[in-house]
Design a binder for this molecule. Sequence first.
Ligand SMILES: [Zn+2]
Length: 116
Amino acid sequence: MEFVLNMFLVIVLVGVVNLARYIFKIRKIMKMHKDNPNIQGISIINGEIKVIEKNDTTSELKKEPLKELVSDSVCGQEIDKKEAYRLFKEGKEHFFCSWECREKFLKENHSLEGKI
Ligand SMILES: [Zn+2]
């Protein structure tokens, strides 16, 4: 019984020492980054203490191609490529903000072709 208790104490002690070391490290890091306004927090991954900065999240957002803007071939409005109406014509891709613009483009091009 005493052996088990001793083992338990050792485990608890190791835990406390590790915790104290982490707290010490975190406090040191916090001091180092005290003047950093972008700091958001600290994460511990596999014993590694990492500082989470706002810049990290924004750069992650930038990595994602969130919005690719294309301009409407009729009204010139800038639209998200993913949401745009598309039309392939003579090997060229055209984008439109709405079905109306797409129809308008088709009509205008049709009438041009008719004139030529
Ligand atoms: Zn349009």
